[in-house]
Design a protein around this ligand. Structure first.
Ligand code: AMP
Length: 422
């Protein structure tokens, strides 16, 4: 299969060739012809499958075929959950559209609004945006969504995880009913299916990887590790394995900072990337990581979404995510665009249930082993448990009801806590 046979124009083929792509990826083969026909799409595709080109190439072609405008109305909107992904999609649109008369821009929070407003007022065909800043600028009348012909929701599952559902609905209300809708998501929850049902018109379903599966070429392994020994083990793996580019996930922002400090003390160049860092700091850390100037990037789930780091060889789950779908996203950072990669998880005693949840979601067992000297220290627990057994039994009976109540409350809070802290 070639890009030409998918029906793409010469100007787009030239840009694709310049990028050095020889053959279209599975998602591109499936999505491009359907999008060119004007169909709505519901696509299951992780980052790393080439999904951005999958929607950008046909979108550029459709927009460039239409007559010239005196003053360009905004005709296509790409919504992404994070600033990084927005910047990345925008960079791709620029590259793929290099030989076309198409103007685009990107808006996201955390940076000065003025240049964004100026770019929008000059007239653009395509806008890439995160929902919050988009609504902010829309309320200032910096642009109109009344002429939108194509809407792309990229990483829709993450947008819902981040609580953007209300924003998305509001944005949809500013657009004309008649338009082409493309929805991309790595995982498919009930909520995503409901959202898809609410605005897609007879969508064609396409899949680059089956639902909730991880990239085939990713070698996944888990190690049972005592919580207090995780940092030492990570340092050992990095140094002994001579790993040069490692993406490490922690569950919280505080955890990311703490780990980063310890790695630096051990002489391993690293930076942390999370929601409390300024946009400038995040961009700098990512650029340095990509250029191999730093060895380790420690990230929380939200900050790492959509990062395009080609050929990333190692991903480490320093802590397992308590939302199992996040595991799929995390390890989607390795084994990208056909390359193979390794995803390692450190599992402490308390995280065993998270591992089970992940295995259930993937319908796959993850190979798990011990590393001598780093195993969870159960012996201490046993001593504590036996000495406290008598009095514990009484207090267990007393606390039984309360504990059940606390657990239920905790489960309910799980997702909210997760989103606030990463
Ligand atoms: P994406 O899933 O859109 O984030 O793309 C993942 C990576 O694959 C990016 O670095 C793209 O530049 C690259 N890529 C996209 N399409 C192709 C292709 N057909 N051949 C090789 N690499 C590609």
């Amino acid at each position: 299969m070639t890009f030409k046979s998918l029906g793409l124009s010469d100007a787009i083929l030239k840009a694709v060739q310049k990028k050095g792509y020889n053959n279209p990826s599975t998602i591109q083969i499936k999505a491009i012809p359907l999008i060119l026909k004007g169909e709505d799409i519901l696509a299951s595709a992780q980052t790393g499958t080439g999904k951005t080109a999958g929607f950008t190439l046909p979108m550029l072609q459709i927009l460039s075929q239409q007559s010239r405008w005196k003053r360009r109305p905004l005709r296509a909107l790409v919504l992404t959950p994070t600033r990084e992904l927005a910047a990345q999609v925008y960079a791709n649109i620029k590259e793929y559209g290099e030989f076309l008369d198409i103007r685009s821009t990107v808006v996201f929070g955390g940076v000065n609004q003025k240049p964004q407003v100026r770019a929008l007022r000059n007239g653009v065909d395509i806008l890439v945006a995160t929902p919050g800043r988009l609504l902010d600028l829309h309320s200032q009348k910096a642009f109109s969504l009344a002429r939108i012909e194509i809407l792309v929701l990229d990483e829709a599952d993450r947008m819902l995880d981040m609580g953007f559902l209300r924003d998305i609905k509001k944005i949809l209300s500013f657009m004309p009913e008649k338009r082409q809708n493309l929805l991309f998501s790595a995982t498919f929850s009930k909520e995503i299916k409901k959202l898809a049902g609410s605005f897609l018109h007879h969508p064609k379903m396409i899949e680059a990887t089956p639902e909730n599966t991880t990239a085939e070429k990713v070698n996944q392994k888990a190690y049972r590790v005592d919580k207090s020994k995780k940092t030492t083990l990570l340092i050992q793996f990095i140094l002994e394995g001579n790993w040069t580019q490692v993406l490490v996930f922690t569950r919280t922002k505080h955890g990311a900072n703490k780990l980063c400090k310890k790695l630096l003390t051990a002489g391993i160049t690293s930076a942390a990337i999370h929601g409390n860092k300024s946009q400038a700091a995040r961009t700098k850390a990512l650029a340095e990581f990509k250029k191999n100037e730093i060895r380790v990037l420690v990230a929380t789930d939200i900050a790492a979404r959509g990062l395009d780091i080609p050929l990333l060889p190692h991903v480490v789950n320093f802590e397992l995510p308590n939302v199992p779908e996040d595991y799929v996203h995390r390890i989607g950072r390795t084994g990208r665009a056909g390359a193979s990669g390794e995803a390692i998880s450190f599992v402490s005693q308390e995280e065993k249930t998270y591992l089970k949840d992940i295995e259930k979601l993937l319908d796959q067992k993850i190979e798990t082993e011990n590393v001598i000297g780093f195993e969870p220290d159960n012996s201490q627990n046993k001593v504590d448990q036996s000495s406290q057994k008598g009095s514990q039994q009484k207090s267990n009976r007393r606390d039984g009801k309360k504990k059940y109540y606390d657990r239920t409350k905790k489960n309910k809070k799980r997702t909210n806590f997760n989103n606030r802290n990463r």
